[in-house]
Design a binder for this molecule. Structure first.
Ligand code: UT7
Length: 367
């Protein structure tokens, strides 16, 4: 039987500081009603620590879930567009912290498509026999790049991390097919010029150059088209049809994008997993966090056909068709937590608000 890469462990890190729509109403001219209707988002969770800290915790949880030691790993890949530093990579720092002394390590940036791109890379490594046990993490600290008076961007994004362990299987389960694509010509629709989340916002930087630049409507259209076409291609490559799919786990960008894209595919309702209401858009972290939540909710069973599909900055897109393997319950649990904080979202965002204040000097104060 063909050797495939199957997911044997999963875990997530949801950071502790909540940012609700009611909180956003205090920061910008928006409303809970508008945000829920246009995006499906009610809340986001923000981090008081770095991308690496969230990635490390999600990694430890995924390893415990798989019943593996860090020394069993031969590769650590972190998908992120918000690394704490450019060099060393987040992956190298996580490799050191968890003690994965036998593993290679690198970061991969395909923005919101990062976990799907990462899955294709690690699946190829495992299938070919170049790697046996691989840890893939999607981790993002997006809030650092947000201007919390820009209502077209800051309402969408949250922080977090999700991880998966991949191992070989010859039982028919694992990654069945991959579809990846990019259109760099449209890269200007989503831009982060910053060079690493640890240092910003900092008084030395120009706020206009550093905040996320985002063309929401253009992205919306490309996303619906891109996701549905890519998912259709991956199904064709796997020799499957929409009727064969048990669950789609899409990148959680906007509930309306997910609805439109999956309706085009002919897959709706209970066969689509959505958790955007509590977490917002967490870029590369959204799919692995959603996989964890779907398993916790009993929405994935052994033998299920699962499709992962994403769209993001670059622009990039991609889909994975996989058959879920034997494990649907964790082997073990890692009970570590992030360090506690008593900060609320307003404390946490004060640096952002100060940094971008100059861009809004001529605007009326928020009621
Ligand atoms: O993960 C990677 C990709 N990210 C995405 O895929 C996100 C893609 N884009 C989107 O999700 C949506 O385009 C947004 C949520 C960003 C915007 O929703 P929209 O339905 O495209 O709104 P719009 O930009 O067409 O704006 C409609 C109206 C405008 O007012 P006028 O000009 O009609 O008077 C906006 O100024 O809504 C206004 N508006 C808001 N009102 C209240 C825009 N943002 C807000 C807001 N609160 N936060």
């Amino acid at each position: 039987m063909t050797r495939r890469a199957t997911i044997t462990g999963w875990g997530k890190c949801v950071p502790p500081v909540s940012l609700s729509n009611a909180d956003l109403e205090r920061l910008m001219d928006t409303s809970d009603e508008w945000i829920v209707e246009r995006t499906g988002i009610r809340n986001r969770q923000l981090t008081h620590v770095e991308t690496t800290d969230m990635a490390e915790l999600a990694a430890r949880r995924a390893l415990a879930c798989a019943g593996l030691e860090a020394t069993d790993l031969d590769l650590v890949v972190i998908a992120t567009c918000t690394p704490e530093l450019l060099c060393p990579s987040v992956a190298a720092m996580v490799q050191d912290r968890i003690g994965a002394t036998n593993a290679a390590a690198f970061d991969l940036n395909a923005a919101c498509s990062g976990f799907v791109y990462g899955t294709s890379v690690v699946a190829g490594m495992v299938e070919s026999g170049f790697a046996e046990r691989v840890l893939l993490v999607g981790a993002e600290k997006l809030h650092y790049a947000m201007d919390y008076r820009d209502r077209g961007t800051a309402i969408l994004f949250g922080d977090g991390a999700g991880a998966a362990v991949f191992e070989p299987s010859t039982d028919g389960d694992g990654v069945l097919a991959v579809d990846l694509g990019a259109d760099g010509g449209k890269g200007g629709t989503m831009l982060i010029r910053s060079m690493g989340s640890q240092g910003e916002p900092s008084p030395a930087n120009d706020p206009e150059a550093f905040r996320l630049h985002f063309e929401g409507q253009a992205v919306f259209k490309i996303a619906v088209q891109g996701i549905s076409a890519s998912a259709a291609r991956v199904l064709e490559r796997a020799g499957l049809t929409a009727d064969d799919v048990d669950l789609v786990v899409p990148h959680q960008a906007n509930a309306r994008i997910i609805d439109s894209a999956t309706r085009r595919l002919g897959i709706e309702g209970e066969r689509v997993f959505v958790n955007i209401d509590g977490l917002g858009n967490t870029a590369a972290a959204s799919i692995p966090m959603a996989i964890s939540d779907a398993l916790d909710a009993g929405r994935i069973s052994t033998g299920d056909t699962v499709v992962l599909t994403a769209f993001g900055g670059g622009v990039t897109w991609g889909s994975i068709a996989l058959q879920w393997g034997a494990r649907t319950e964790p082997v073990g649990v890692h009970d570590g937590e992030l360090p506690p904080t008593d900060m609320d979202c307003f404390d946490l965002l004060q640096d952002n608000l100060d940094f971008y204040a100059g861009l809004h000097a001529d605007e009326p104060p928020v009621a």
